[in-house]
Design a protein around this ligand. Sequence first.
Ligand code: HEC
Ligand code: HEC
Length: 399
Amino acid sequence: MKLCLSAGILALFPLLLLGCAEASPESAPPAPAVHFTAIGSALPDLGPDEGAQFARGQALFRRIFTPEEGLGPLFNENSCNACHTDPADGGTGDQFMVRATALLPDGSCDTLEGEGQNIRQQATPLLRAHGILAEEIPERATAVTRINVPFLFGLGLVEAIPEETILSRVGDPGPHGELSGRAGRDPEGRLARFGRKADVATIFDFVEEAARLEMGLTTPLHPDERGPNRRPLPPGTDPAPNPEIQLEPLAQLTDFVRYLAPMARRVPGDPDAFELVDRGAELFREIGCAGCHVPFMDTGPHEVEALSRKRVHLYSDLLLHDMGPELAGVCTPAAGPAEWRTEMLMGLSEREVYLHDSRAGTLWEAIGYHGGEAAGTRARFQGLDRIEQEAVIRYLGTL
Ligand code: HEC
Ligand code: HEC
């Protein structure tokens, strides 16, 4: 039996235009889903210099740092890919970043002077010898949130989306008149599209912060070591001279992340599912999911050809939305407790737990937690019949 795809599916899987796949006999178990590019590879059309930079960055991404080289004294893990590891370098892991903030009576956000930005879970042996095993949750905190490890695949394309494209959706009420997306801002007031709270403007800024806070490597931009809960470090516990990582390796790490290819869409293993997936894609738009999870955006002109004028299927508007009290957590000066950046759904088929703190174990549950601005969409999802709901879920399984 030859399997052919409907027109809608063909539009979603341009690579399949090459021909119809051979379907397996009915008695055989469904064929495994297919990825067209190996996960964790570089963008296919990088130039040789860019490819070399990717390789240098990848080596650093995998490198295990020791306390003598600057790891710690407080840190979360000793290498980038201790967390961003599954199913390839740049992937996810089961760690959480812990953040704490205080919402003041006047409604403004106290970030606890960076003390709560990333509460580091480990200490080097020299610091442990002083009885300091980790950082503590600041007493003034009114919220503590655990944030899981995101995929980094395709982030260079996301970074290359022009600001105007993102800003054009701010305040757009969407087809059902219920959305009010806001732009995230970093502490300098720049448009910020990275991080669950949309508070980091560029990949470089994120990498610099990760080196400093996840691994405890001081950088030329922040050369001072941050002691436990901002208290001074006991003498002799920080042997490496500051800064512990230079700008060049940070640039290489940044380019590694920037040049990671996005994950390809997944083709359902079961051929009968094609029609269902097609219907799911339609419903995803009709009931309003696509109002926030915008299926694609185009990058602007970019000096790196592989990032220039490309379409990226990110399934996000990169804006902050009020998701209702149940999902509320930490605040930032630009984002209230219940506001989260629309999570990108690219690579969703490779994720096993959902939402910022992994509280949802299934896609059904993840949709069920959508409140606030997304409550209307959730209600429309819940109003679908069982087969239509299944269609949406199957469609999500192909992203
Ligand atoms: C202890 C685990 C851990 C380590 C180690 C770690 N990260 Fe992350 N990373 C995270 C978490 C958790 C987030 C999500 C933070 C957020 O959303 O605010 C993240 C987010 C990111 C992002 C932004 C992703 C996005 O979608 O906005 C980048 C880029 C990044 N990390 C790069 C790195 C690099 C480079 C290193 C090594 C220098 C590194 N990370 C080390 C846990 C880790
Ligand atoms: C108002 C904007 C909005 C709408 C509408 C919306 N979402 Fe979301 N979605 C979000 C935000 C924000 C998150 C992240 C929330 C969090 O992590 O706490 C998210 C998270 C998700 C996740 C979890 C992704 C992950 O990797 O953790 C899935 C799956 C999802 N949405 C699917 C849907 C579906 C299906 C619909 C339509 C029924 C929908 N969303 C409608 C904003 C929206």
